[in-house]
Write a protein that binds this ligand. Sequence first.
Ligand SMILES: O=C(O)CCC(=O)C(=O)O
Length: 266
Amino acid sequence: MNHNGTQTSGLSLDDAILQLAEDGFALLVGMCDAGLATRLLEVSTERSRAVTQALGTQTIGIGSAAGFHEIVQRSPGRWDIPVSPTEFGVEHQSLPWWPLIAGTLGTDAEHAFSGVVYSDPGSPAQFWHIDSPHVTVEHQRPHALNVMVALHDITLAMGPTELASGSHRLTNHLRNPALVSDELVYQHETTRPELLVAGTRENVPKRMSCPLTAGSCLVFDDRILHRGLGNSSTSRRSVAYFSYRQADYCENTHFESQRSIYPAGG
Ligand SMILES: O=C(O)CCC(=O)C(=O)O
């Protein structure tokens, strides 16, 4: 995976586990068959239709605390709609990426969140961010992993997810006093790969993004610096996500809303 848009070919499970530890992400080309990708897209499209209809003219800000249980605007024009595995009609331990999750987080890893993130045509790139902070000064194996599934072919113009390779080792605010945990987790304009190595001799982590074919998956460590790129195409860009955590990890910075789009008792 690189700036020129070349996808890595299939990886063995052992190689994917190693790459995830080393680079903080693994690209699994063609991981989902067409039937699974179609099902995830159909459920996502119908859920998004129902939720945006129920949202109606209610205002919604940016970020999970300003959103609703059913929908969060992650950045302007980028929508996150939770959908459970049951609602998707899947059993999460039977999904094709489960061996990689179990091999990294342990066989007792738990499903944390799932849903769809889609970006509207014309939506801008996000600010760089991580999904959860490091919890110890020493580098540990991941406590949470995200799987992003391309629900259709995603061109560079549609804005795939961009990652800063290896940055999961550099986002530790407990180790680097120049980093502010909240500014890493809650998209902040000054957060970018260069910040992680400012004042050190370390190389700036390389920015990685590539077009994705339908059913391909990007699996990444929750602590890696990443962002959704802008959508300069004329089509919606949709990815399903499945997030997993170690059995004893329960911090939640993903969904902090206290309200529903549906009227109480409705
Ligand atoms: O849309 C994407 O590609 C990534 C979204 C994301 O990282 C987020 O909303 O936190």
